[in-house]
Design a protein around this ligand. Structure first.
Ligand code: G6P
Length: 615
């Protein structure tokens, strides 16, 4: 949460910073700000409450001159959203932007106040400005002052710093929050992620935890936590900036929903070998899969939902016990773990704080660790890197950049990646016949075509959304592999349309939610072919009998419910184990259209952030 960007070179910094912040707005949008320095070190800071548009409006009449600068888009943690709490924060000419959280900020604030420092915000970040300013007053060079300051802090940070006394230079530091250096020609960039500055350079240095450094137009330097200069390789990024743009769609979420068949094609590419009925998973240590006696999946949010589907697939196909845990709970409840346990972290961003911390804890206890991740080289894949005896690698989902805060293509690619992983486990453990394996592989290979068919019916989904645009509450019911899809359908609706929605295991409805049913409560029942079908139809009838407004998601050839339901969504019949991927598509579109028809900000719903790097 929070995005930071920095620039130094020969161009005006302000447009580069604003463009970068635009790309980072998914990380938070409570307030935004920039600070620039001109050649003589004259500083200009502008901040505004609300989205970046408010800051841009301010800059149009009060620009920020200079060719060096830092910028920030905020998701509030310490201190409510306000202009006073917006970054950058300044002290004696030292100005900082920060993504992360300082855990010992209270002690440090009291200590600094006792030394006469006056705070102008309620943020934890301002501590950095004072600590660095004090170190500068003691005569330390900027980089050393930053290194000393971060050494006092417990928590997480990605930090960019400018000082009036060193125009043309930016200092930086990172620990547990992402930060990259973009290496240009005669210019350098800092950013929370690659797309923020991808329009300007393809060459990036991915910083490690504990790194500090400086950028100037022609050079960069990185030192480790002890202050010793270190070499970090420059990597060249191959995907284009256009891949991260809206591509003609009204919202990123819509673009990302529509491009899901392409995303699944990418997830599968090179991983299905029909000639020898084999799954080929690049980057995964098969030895770890083979030796495991138990799998524990950890994840948050939508990734947790894909984990629920993945665990069922792993158990049913590979016959390995598999549990799924919310990372935020798992890490604090002293779980039983041992060297025979394989812990799989699922994360789109690869930087969710709870998932990362839970994964590190599992590794500390001697578990093998694997990740299913979208963002290449993020913190979570790094913890799982093969080579230290415990890292078992990363299965990349290859969804491409996901910008909409509500996850869509990352989710379906996780489902498919986990299905591949389950098949790989089954193959290694000999729990599936060649024919059975080929059957699942064929179903996966056919998925993109089926998905296109579902997406082609968007108008039907929109019409249903129109009908329920003013719903106050909504219930989603499913069984088996479709229970997590009911959870995901409800999560999508509540996060972008602000309609209260609950996903429930259909069989549990009679233990509580049935009391809520009345003629104002739409209930969407996921009634697709499979072992739970008859039972779910009974739950549908129980709902109808209590006057509920029943909607159903059914397969193309099922017309048995036509006269019992108020609304219908249809998907082609596919293999039972790939049905979750098809089932979630109309639910994503439904939420999207409800939110859009309500005139809401689909890509940046209130209070949410795409990457949650606080606990
Ligand atoms: C946030 C996002 C969700 C995401 C969750 C976990 O809440 O808004 O879309 O599912 O974090 O994120 P991860 O990157 O670990 O999958």
């Amino acid at each position: 949460m929070c995005g930071i960007v920095g620039y130094t070179g020969t161009r005006p910094a302000e447009p580069v910073l604003i463009e970068g912040l635009q790309k980072l707005e998914y990380r938070g949008y409570d307030s935004a700000g920039v600070c620039t320095l001109d050649d003589r070190g004259v500083r200009t800071t502008r901040r505004a409450l609300g989205k970046l548009a408010a800051l841009k409006a301010r800059l149009s009449s009060e620009p920020c001159p200079g060719t060096t600068g830092i910028g920030h888009t905020r998701w509030a943690t310490h201190g409510r959203p306000s202009e006073k709490n917006a970054h950058p924060h300044e002290s004696d000419g030292v100005t900082v932007v920060h993504n992360g959280i300082i855990e010992n900020h209270r002690e440090l604030r009291l200590e600094l106040q006792a030394r006469g420092r006056v705070f102008t915000s309620e943020t934890d970040t301002e501590i950095f400005a004072h600590l660095i300013a004090l170190a500068r007053q003691q005569g330390l060079p900027l980089l050393e002052a930053v290194r000393r300051a971060v050494g006092r802090v417990q928590g997480a940070y990605a930090l960019a710093v400018v000082d009036e006394k060193t125009p043309g230079a930016l200092a930086f530091a990172r620990l547990a929050s992402p930060l990259v250096v973009g290496v240009g020609e005669g210019e350098m960039f800092l950013a929370s992620d690659v797309p923020a500055v991808l329009a300007h350079t393809r060459n990036f240095v991915f910083l490690e935890d504990g790194d500090c450094g400086m950028i100037e137009a022609e050079r960069y330097v990185v030192v480790d936590a002890a202050g010793v200069a270190v070499q970090r390789p420059v990597k060249t990024i191959t995907w284009s900036a256009v891949m991260a743009e809206k591509g003609g769609h009204k919202h990123f979420m819509h673009k990302e929903i529509v491009e899901q068949p392409r995303a699944i094609t990418d997830t599968l590419r090179g991983r299905l070998s029909f000639d020898d009925a084999a799954i080929l998973l690049d980057g995964v240590d098969n030895g770890a899969l083979l030796s495991t006696r138990r799998v524990v999946i950890i994840a948050c949010g939508t990734s947790w939902h894909s984990g629920l589907v993945g665990a069922s697939l792993i158990e049913s196909l590979a016959r390995v016990a598999c549990s799924v845990e919310l990372a935020s709970e798992f890490r604090y409840r002293d779980p039983v773990l041992d060297a025979d346990t394989l812990v799989i972290a699922i994360s789109q961003s690869g930087e969710t704080a709870d998932t990362l911390a839970a994964l590190k804890e599992a590794k500390r206890r001697g578990c093998r660790v694997l990740s299913v991740c979208n963002v290449v080289d993020a913190a979570i894949p790094r913890v799982c890197a093969i080579g230290d005896g415990l890292g078992a690698g990363t299965l990349y989902t290859r969804a491409g950049p996901e910008i909409g805060v509500a996850s869509t293509k990352a989710f379906v690619t996780q489902l498919v990646a986990l299905h591949l992983l389950a098949l790989q486990l089954a193959q290694l453990r000999n729990t599936m016949t060649k024919e059975a394996l080929l059957e699942d592989m064929t179903a996966l290979a056919h998925l993109p075509i089926h998905m296109e068919k579902v997406l082609a019916r968007e108008d039907d989904v929109r019409a249903l959304a129109q009908h329920h645009v003013n719903a106050r509450d909504m219930l989603f019911l499913g069984r088996g592999l479709l229970f997590p899809i009911a959870l995901e359908g409800a999560l999508k609706l509540k996060e972008i349309s602000y309609i209260h929605a609950e996903g429930y295991a259909a069989g549990e409805m009679k233990h509580g939610p049935i009391a809520l049913i009345d003629d104002a409560m739409p209930v969407l029942v996921l009634a697709l072919p499979g072992p739970g079908y008859e039972k779910v139809i009974s739950n549908l009838e129980e709902t109808r009998a209590r006057g509920g407004r029943v909607l159903a998601l059914v397969s193309d050839d099922d017309h048995s419910l036509d006269d019992q339901i108020e609304g219908v969504l249809r998907v082609p019949t596919s293999h039972q184990r790939t049905m979750p991927v098809l089932a979630v598509l109309p639910l994503q579109l439904f939420s999207y259209h409800v939110a859009d028809l309500r005139g809401l900000d689909v890509d940046q719903p209130r209070n949410l952030a795409k990457s949650v790097t606080v606990e």
